[in-house]
Write a protein that binds this ligand. Structure first.
Ligand SMILES: [Fe+2]
Length: 188
């Protein structure tokens, strides 16, 4: 299958016109991740962990996310629906709900390559990569990921604070540094 980045964006954009956009995006991602090699070619190679924006507009954001082995990010919300399609490695998702003193754990789901996860707009989750390989996914949101005010929670105290994307970027850099300085293998 020959696939271009524009095709990936178009499939998600046309899903927005469907009756239930997150479910239509889920179906689109399920098809796209069925051919990881084609998706890799369309989206571009990965050389380290990080977030690569592929598209963002007021109604849709598409990110390619590569989680470095051993990394974990704080619990956070999105305030729009989100769909995650894994096409390499595995994400460990932990879910939370709001509680009187911050958050309480509410289960989790391991998401191996080939799986798709739909999150409602109230969802609060944290993500970890506990495997010794990079975890690679498309993350699609029903709004502008970079413009929506959101929250994150301290992973130890569960205290709520504004989402800090720069801090998230630093977590990726630190995880990359740790992984590669310990002789860890590059993605794929
Ligand atoms: Fe998230």
């Amino acid at each position: 299958m020959l696939l271009a980045l524009e095709d990936v964006i178009e499939r998600c954009q046309s899903a927005l016109a469907e009756h239930t956009p997150p479910l239509a995006v889920r179906d689109a991602l399920q098809e796209l991740i069925a051919d990881p090699a084609a998706l890799d070619q369309a989206v571009g190679p990965i050389d380290r962990g990080g977030i690569t924006p592929l598209h963002h507009a007021s109604d849709l954001t598409i990110l390619r996310v590569a989680w470095t082995p051993g990394m974990a990010i704080n619990p956070h919300d999105h305030r729009t629906w989100a769909v995650i399609g894994m096409y390499g490695g595995q994400e460990d998702n932990a879910f939370y709900r709001r509680a009187a003193d911050g958050l309480e754990p509410a289960g989790g789901r391991e998401l191996p390559a080939g799986d798709v996860l739909v999150l409602g707009e109230d969802a609060i989750h944290s993500v970890a990569n506990s495997r010794r390989e990079f975890a690679v996914a498309l993350h699609v949101y029903g709004g502008d990921f970079f413009a929506i005010d959101r929250s994150e929670w301290d992973p130890d105290t569960y205290q709520e604070r504004p989402r800090d994307l720069e801090g998230t970027g630093r977590l990726f850099e630190e995880a990359n540094e740790r992984w590669f300085s310990a002789g860890g293998a590059p993605p794929r």
